[in-house]
Design a protein around this ligand. Sequence first.
Ligand code: ADP
Ligand code: MG
Length: 724
Amino acid sequence: MEQPEEIPPATCTLSIERRGGRGEAGAVAVARTLEATPGVYEADVSFRTGSVRISYDQSAITRDDLERLVRDHNVTVRDETEPDTDDVRTRADLRREAAFVVLTLAGMGIGLVTGWRNGPQLLLWAGYGVAYVFGGWYGLKGAVETLRHRAVDIDLLMIVAALGALSIGAPFEGAMLLFLFSLSNTLQHYAIGRSRRAIRSLVEMRPESAQVLRDGAEVALPIDEVEVGDVFVLRPGDRIPLDGVVRSGESAVDQASLTGESVPVTKTPGDEVFGGTINESGSLEVEVTRQAHESAIARLIHMVERAQSEKAPTQRLIDRLEQPYVLGVFGLTVAAIAVPLALGGEFASTFYRAMTLMVAASPCAVVISTPAAVLSAIASGGRQGVLFKGGEHVETAATVDAVAFDKTGTLTAGDTQLTDVAVDDRRDEVATEDELLALAAAVQARSEHHLAKATVAAAAERSLDVADATGFRAAAGKGVRATVGDARVHIGNRSYFETTLADAEIDGFERGVDRLASLEAEGKTSVLVARETNGVVRVLGWLAFTDTLRPGAAEMVAELRSLGVERVVMLTGDNEGVARRIADEVGVDEVQAELLPEEKVTTIEELVSRYGSVAMVGDGVNDAPALATATLGVAMGGAGTDVALETADVVLMGDDLGKIPYVLRLGRKTRRTLTVNLAIAFGAIALMVAAILLRGIPLPLAVVGHEGSTVLVSLNGLRLLSYR
Ligand code: ADP
Ligand code: MG
């Protein structure tokens, strides 16, 4: 279904019960029927990770409808409000699966030994019976589940192959197939469970209760009952229960769980602390700023879960091909029986060869090759404080040829400082610098911009009386305005006054612009402050700021070069003078200054057409459109605004620019792993099929080759978990 342009699609992610097996064809069939429902744009269903992700038209269908719809397709939806029980259940499932594998092995052993020793037939068949029942249990469950959705998958292929072996008097080969099949499935579930647990463990790191101050006394409250504005107390060694701002005290906080950064960060009054991180050295009193379910860590978990449910393109393709491929293998098997028989071949050997062919040609390793690698990569990134919002973005990261950085808040630390306040001395309206600063702070108290924060902080430092402002309005990349008292106050750069206030008469603009130019020559970011009364705008004075480069920014750019990135560009809304100064310090190839948000987009578009694949790194509201346009949008997680976080494909939780080369390296490593995995998977199939057709190989060898490649591919993918 085509999606109309005006209404952005909503998405929802549901957890579902996984039912045995390794096939995804059934899940693809469910996705297809969901997509046929009006109001649903796209559905990704994965039995493997136990998730359904749907993007839909909110005006046509609700989340509840969708849940019902999924249930109607015979898929059990899990109650998401109990994440912990989910984990316990997964562990219990794994233990049972492992027990089944052991029973299969035991049954197979009894059958084999009894056969060798010419023992009683009853014991022999009891042994193989046990092996078939326990080895085939989950596969059969998976195959039946898929058949219920009117599709066939590799589980069915395996079950038929085992029964085929049994029917030609090769019970041992069949049992071995089922044993290896269930063993490698258990390994896979363990691997996927491990990636999921790496993320789940974040939840466990959050304490259940907080020591809250109520009427001067400390009470322990469950975190869900703590309100915004409450103050809680932390002692050295405590895990921080909720997000908040330090009110008093000083301490070092270990934020590794959130940002992957192991060096503790010093926190003093006014600093933000995050739930799930550890207070190390001192005592703190913290005022809660977000409720438990909105905390940074809750958002992180939510985003990673979404990431896991979003299939990478390679994987989507492979999953969609599973069913036709399986049908192809069935067809091949039938042909391998019918053709030789028609030519007068002997039945037993023909059938044996057909079974061998069927096992060898099954695409189990192909199907698992991608998720094993991509899920591990996402989990590994998560541990380093790098959040990929989907498997797709891991693959994209491998292709990046040019990187564009926003300046303020991205390359610079965002701890902008006010350096100059000056009153235009020909004005009698505001007498002092303090008055001017207080006026500016009143407006900027409403803005999220770094310049705004610096202005407000400077006013607070001078203990100025800051009035309340109303009617705040921002022109992204240019400036802001609001009403203070009975006049409207404007703060902005040259382009703000020239474009946004194009129709107004501006008194003192020439002198103001002159001052801005000389401040810019000193490498300072500067803005004019003006007041509007009766339709006349009068420039009152100007403010100037400096910001400092993030530590390691220059090294990071050098590392990008050594990775073969062809072009590094800096994009900024700030003035040319500041832009040059910063650009020289970091050593970028190209600077583009005084850009409006939409000009950042055009610049990215140009870069894309020149270099093909472009990453954009940014933090602000004004970067969001560019982040969306870039091939790979990267947002600063801590400093970043919500819009930037929402729009980006990758989030750097710790604002650590040093992680950008890591993102590219991880992407490339993942792509290499995928290539190797696919080569192993298809190589094993091609080799065995050729050998069977040319000279014939024993069934046990095909079984080992088939399952061996499946295990190999899973383990190879799992290696990415520990990539640094
Ligand atoms: P960058 O692209 O470097 O992150 P922005 O696009 O956010 O910078 O801002 C560009 C310019 O717009 C600033 O240098 C400043 O001149 C002006 N500006 C933006 N927001 C504000 C604000 N809240 N107050 C004053 N000036 C602002
Ligand atoms: Mg910025």
